[in-house]
Ligand binder design. Structure first.
Ligand code: NAG
Ligand code: NAG
Ligand code: NAG
Ligand code: FE2
Length: 467
């Protein structure tokens, strides 16, 4: 199973190598030694009330942003427990609409899930606040969300970016730091949710507690999910051979809306961004479904409508941490030429439990015989950001490779989250926030310049290596 690092590791001061000839920074920030200890199951009891809906979470439910998938769990499949009522906040009660969920339950080893409800509501008004209500009578619960503005090149929109969250006290810090800033409107989540599989027999109750843990955010704004290795839950020794079973049952995404044949890869448009989600743990070689899908998908992106092309994938391609070093290499070799050709703005990945941001580099010149194989600066290349620093049970990944490779602009072994504030078609403010600081403190940030409309070089605003 995963690695669990001694706490003492996190207190070791990382060597700063900023004296070397390249510009990359290895932060000397010393992470305060706090246990990445999991919050016990009792921290998250089910909500009060008979058959009360729980583990409520929402995600975009169509391709354009006028749909929402509302998901929740009830212990019993009662009359009415599979309906969601929804209405525009300032409208009167008579305008309430309702949608019926599809309901299912799954078993995993000795565990049987509650009833998992997923309702897709469509035809919502853009840029509008809605209430929605789940459950009946005294156990009903009310939530709200705001739909995004109609897609357009200069629509400002702010995404939170979180990865490898888990459910430790550190995860809690990450989540509440993100929530304490009112700017975030939707979360880009780069995989590894509950870490249930780090427990005996993949203790599925940990999927339930995870659903309760993230509800305060995920019930109110869409989390755009990508799957990580901890979603695979492939365990033949206990008779569980259907990969991604708990994840696919619990977290629905609008993959059919982008003509995908699998929930593990899909795309959405949201405001001025086009988000492509990929699966590191599904076949991606030539002739495979994911490969064919991505090839035709990239052709559909209209940068005049959605200038910001963003990719989410779990396993990073440009990582200089000892952990998971080069695991993303085969996917990089397969897809990187397309990313450069299509001028992807940013690729967010997780998997490595630390933070790293790359330069705009590419390594696509080589073939197996020509000997040309090293990353070079490339204004058409994405920035690669590894943000697997949500704070899960496996602890911090703080064994870097030295010297710091030239592709690595900034790296730090801390937990945190990021914000991507898209301002218009040319500029987006990107900020990474480490957990140990007050929320307004920014440890790494830059103005990202759009690759289609303003392919100029960026300058780091703060590479705060000595906080
Ligand atoms: C999680 O963080 C919030 C905000 O700081 C705090 O109120 C809550 O008690 C924390 N939960 C746990 C279990 O520590
Ligand atoms: C490999 O690279 C060499 C040198 O640039 C080039 O001559 C050759 O055509 C390339 N082979 C393929 C199959 O692209
Ligand atoms: C886009 O946003 C940036 C950052 O706020 C600003 O400096 C720039 O003037 C804006 N561009 C236009 C055309 O408004
Ligand atoms: Fe991972």
């Amino acid at each position: 199973m995963g690695f669990r690092l001694a706490l003492v590791c996190s207190a070791i001061v990382l060597l700063s190598i900023s004296g070397l000839s390249h510009a990359g920074v290895t932060s000397s920030y010393t992470r305060v030694a706090e246990p990445s200890e999991e919050m016990p199951l009792e921290t998250f009891p089910p909500p009060a009330g008979l058959n009360a809906p729980e583990q409520v979470h929402i995600t975009q439910g169509d391709h354009n942003g006028r749909g929402m998938i509302i998901s929740w769990v009830t212990p019993i499949n009662d009359d009415g427990s599979n309906f969601v009522k929804y209405w525009i906040t300032d409208s009167d009660e008579s305008t309430k609409e309702s949608a019926e969920a599809s309901t299912s339950s799954y078993t995993y080893y000795d565990y049987t899930s509650g009833f998992l409800h997923h309702a897709t509501i469509k035809g919502l008004k853009y840029d509008t606040k809605y209430f929605y209500e789940l459950g009946t009578g005294r156990s009903s619960r009310r939530f709200s969300f705001t739909t995004p503005p109609k897609a357009g090149p200069d629509v400002p929109y702010t995404f939170g970016v979180i990865g490898d969250l888990g459910q430790t006290y550190a995860s809690n810090q990450t989540l509440y730091h993100y929530m304490s800033n009112p700017k975030g409107q939707a979360v880009l989540f780069v995989g590894d949710l509950s870490y249930a599989d780090d427990h005996p027999n993949h203790d599925q109750r940990k999927w339930d507690s995870y659903g309760r843990f993230v509800e305060p955010s995920a019930a109110y704004q869409p989390w755009i999910w990508a799957a990580g290795n901890h979603e695979i839950d492939f365990a033949p020794s206990i008779g569980e051979t259907q990969a991604f079973k708990p994840y696919k049952n619990r977290y629905h995404v609008p993959y059919r809306a982008s003509k995908s044949t699998s929930p593990l890869w899909y795309s959405i448009k949201r405001a001025s961004a086009y988000i492509i989600v990929l699966s590191s743990y599904s076949a991606f070689d030539k002739y495979t479904p994911q490969n064919s899908w991505l090839e035709s998908e990239l052709k559909k992106v209209n940068r005049e409508e959605t200038p910001w092309l963003i990719v989410l994938v779990h396993s990073p391609w440009y990582n200089s941490n000892g952990y998971h070093y080069m695991e993303g290499e085969s996917m990089r070799v397969t897809f990187e030429p397309w990313f450069v050709e299509n001028k992807v703005d940013i690729v967010f990945a997780g998997h490595v439990h630390a933070y790293e941001r790359s330069e705009r580099v590419s390594n696509i010149k080589y073939n197996i015989t020509d000997g040309l194989s090293s990353p070079v600066k490339d204004p058409s290349a994405p920035i690669y950001i590894t943000i697997g620093d949500g704070g899960n049970i496996e602890g911090i990944a703080n064994e870097y490779t030295y010297p710091q490779p030239s592709y690595s602009a900034y790296r730090e072994a801390s937990f945190g989250h990021a914000l991507l504030e898209i301002k218009n078609r040319t500029h987006a403010l990107y900020t990474w926030h480490r957990n140990q600081d007050d929320e307004p403190v920014i440890a790494d940030s830059l103005w990202v310049k759009n690759r289609h409309f303003l392919p100029e070089e960026e300058e780091t605003l703060s590479g705060d290596s000595s906080a």
